[in-house]
Design a protein around this ligand. Structure first.
Ligand code: GRF
Length: 209
């Protein structure tokens, strides 16, 4: 059983996609053992509670400095003894210590086709505003392992979404979530849970079978 911690900051629709995937058995051999948010008002915490999953808030405002917050975050994650950590819209800089402790066990969903429109400053609607400003015809979402960079870890899975001529950042964000994020994140969790994601020497990721 893949014990999974999901870290969230907002509405939690990606968390919900994983919860629903487990319920429908599209995702097997997986249990979400804890949901952690830096935002006590995140609706994602309510989604966790409704699903009977332990929901914990680690709020930066409750700690004197970033180091104390990082320690509390790592403590909450370690206490759940996860095999996998999923960052689902988690708007927190991940402490290097956590990445070292859980190398290739932390995955993130990013709402573009990395390496486009990613890195520092590219999150939420800003990603889709940049895609529309550049005039790309195809965008999408990416699931990748988390390393010490921002959106720079080995790519596991991507899914493309066509940009419509009348798209606004909001309509594009919604379609990327519906058609890409909510598909590839649950799929990736299931593949990891069933031992089908392998990382090669050069960091390249392959899906077995
Ligand atoms: C999604 O757009 C995701 O791509 C990004 O943050 C947003 C999270 O949305 N990482 P939700 O909290 O899962 O609804």
């Amino acid at each position: 059983m893949l014990k999974t911690v999901v870290c969230v900051s907002g509405g939690g629709t990606n968390l919900q996609a994983i919860i629903d995937g487990i319920e429908r058995r599209d995702i097997t051999n997986t249990q979400i053992v804890r949901v952690i948010s830096n935002n006590r008002h995140a609706y994602a915490l309510e989604r966790a509670r409704k699903a009977g999953i332990e929901a914990v808030c680690v709020s930066p405002g409750d700690y004197g400095d970033r180091a104390q917050f990082n320690e509390a975050l790592i403590r909450q994650i370690d206490a759940a003894s996860p095999d996998l950590i999923v960052l689902a819209g988690f708007l927190v800089v991940i402490p290097p210590e956590l990445i070292r402790k859980y190398r290739n066990k932390i995955i993130n969903i990013h709402p573009s086709l990395i390496p486009s429109f990613c890195g520092t400053g590219y999150y939420g609607l800003k990603v889709h505003e940049a895609a529309l400003a550049r005039g790309v015809k195809i965008t999408g979402a990416t699931v990748h392992f988390v390393d010490e960079g921002t959106d720079t870890g080995p790519i596991i899975m991507q899914k493309a979404v066509a940009v419509q001529p009348d798209d606004t950042p909001e309509t594009l964000q919604r379609r990327v979530m519906e058609e890409a994020e909510w598909v590839i994140l649950p799929r990736t969790v299931d593949l990891i849970a069933n031992g089908r994601v392998k990382t090669g020497d050069g960091g390249a990721v392959s899906i077995q079978g």
